[in-house]
Design a protein around this ligand. Structure first.
Ligand SMILES: [Zn+2]
Ligand SMILES: [Zn+2]
Length: 106
């Protein structure tokens, strides 16, 4: 299954930041605190998740051609997802996260 492109603005439930639509990528996490929400089940954009837990940024990783990605872990069900960094993401936080060693294991 292919990812479904959903790029929409949203209000962060964690810090209250109003996130506008992303440039060049899909907005799937907050640009200020980097938290995300567990809304997709099998492919990005399917919005099939019944979990709806908040997902916190646990680390960043670089994987091949996709470049820098944020590793999100769901605070509720512990599911992990990789999300591409957006242009206007909080770089200070990303730098901090990049200092945490993380092994990408499926
Ligand atoms: Zn936020
Ligand atoms: Zn979850």
């Amino acid at each position: 299954m292919k990812p479904i492109t959903i790029n929409e603005q949203f209000h962060c439930e964690k810090c209250g930041e109003m996130n506008p639509k992303a440039v060049k990528t899909c907005r799937n996490h907050c640009r200020a605190c980097l938290w995300s929400k567990h809304v997709d089940e099998s492919v990005p954009g399917d919005r099939n998740s019944v979990c709806n837990g908040m997902m916190y940024p646990m680390a960043v990783t670089t994987s091949g051609k996709k470049g820098l990605q944020i590793v999100h872990e769901c605070a509720k069900c512990k599911a992990r997802k990789l999300n591409k960094v957006a242009q206007d993401d909080n770089m200070e936080l990303i730098t901090k996260l990049s200092q945490i060693p993380y092994d990408v294991q499926p």
